[in-house]
Ligand binder design. Sequence first.
Ligand SMILES: C[S@@+](CC[C@H](N)C(=O)[O-])C[C@H]1O[C@@H](n2cnc3c(N)ncnc32)[C@H](O)[C@@H]1O
Length: 390
Amino acid sequence: MTAPGEPWNTFAEGDNLEVLQRLRDEGAAYDLVYIDPPYNTGNDFAYSDRIKGDRTTTRHQAWVAMMRPRLEQARELMSATAAIFVSIDDNEVAHLRLLLDEVFGERQFLAQVVVNLNPKGRQLGKGFATNHEYLLVYAKDARTCVLDASSPDAVDPDDFPLVTPDGRHYRHLPLRNTNKKFNPATTPTLHYPLWGDPESGRVRTEEFEGASRIEPVFGDARPAVWRWSRPLVDARPDDLVCRRIKGRLGERADIFQRDWLHEGRRKKLRTIWLAEEVGSTDTAVAELKAVLGHVFESPKPTALLRRVLQTMPSDGRVLDFFAGSGTTGHAVALQNVADGGTRTCLSINSAEPTRAGSNARLAGYATVADITRARLRAVADTVGGGFAER
Ligand SMILES: C[S@@+](CC[C@H](N)C(=O)[O-])C[C@H]1O[C@@H](n2cnc3c(N)ncnc32)[C@H](O)[C@@H]1O
């Protein structure tokens, strides 16, 4: 949980390994870690994305050797309920997955999300037009991790086409459990008759005038089970409706749940995240351009980070130790404003010199840390939440 009065954004300049060690000495703890390390593509952006091997180590081994101690430190800084999200692409995803298995343990693996950040696909070079990268998600301890793999933004109002006279939106879901694994043999307590009247829609556990007896059945008339227990039906009869349906074996009455589009409703996140949901590298460049100019080649879109933030409690302490242009801190401020959260974020970036002649250098940013700092300051001025350096 965040301490009251702390600014939403704090920046620390330095090699992240040293800063992480310092944080450990201070007894700091974080609830959510997001990192976007150099992908080892061999390109030079505003920062170096080339980890060189030598005669005895391949460039992959050199990259893993750079990442391992940093991930080990990060793990020690994570609270028992925490999760870590790591962005990566095809260059190092295989090595990173094995490294995370080693540092966190295979059992702490939560997901390998495909993120469609380049919807047009890479047009350079031969071969496939790659249009995705990955997010590897691990828990510090999957048994105590509080990550909720759902989001309010993933809910599509079009999925709730029915409207009550007082304007509430809902959809009908079969009350029968459609999963064939559940049947009267496996779940006998959920196989019981209900009483329903398709004229009035009324449903009860006891017989009433005009009602017919309805048993849960599969489409081929084999016996099935309900999803709700008898006491739940008794407690919420108005959330059920009896309707006539045309089944494979002719017309019959069946029971449906009224599933409401209520405030705060969330939807389970799938493991493919589309650019139309989380933004793209192009939208991320445009976002950064609006704040500082075109001074960083590969920022992440704030919508991607906001989706990550939404999986964890809104008072979490967030850590990004490869902060780059400061997208995570920006997203924390935007999400706090959107949902009234009190997240705080520590961003770390080294004072890596920007490339001579790059947009960043021409705009007066001598180091990447200068870019991070400038964005987080601008965010505090425009979005709010304050900014501090440590
Ligand atoms: C891919 S970029 C991160 C981009 C960021 N997610 C964004 O949206 O702007 C990786 C960043 O890590 C920084 N970096 C690389 N090695 C570092 C280290 N040892 N300590 C601190 N920062 C480092 C680089 O300067 C670069 O800014």
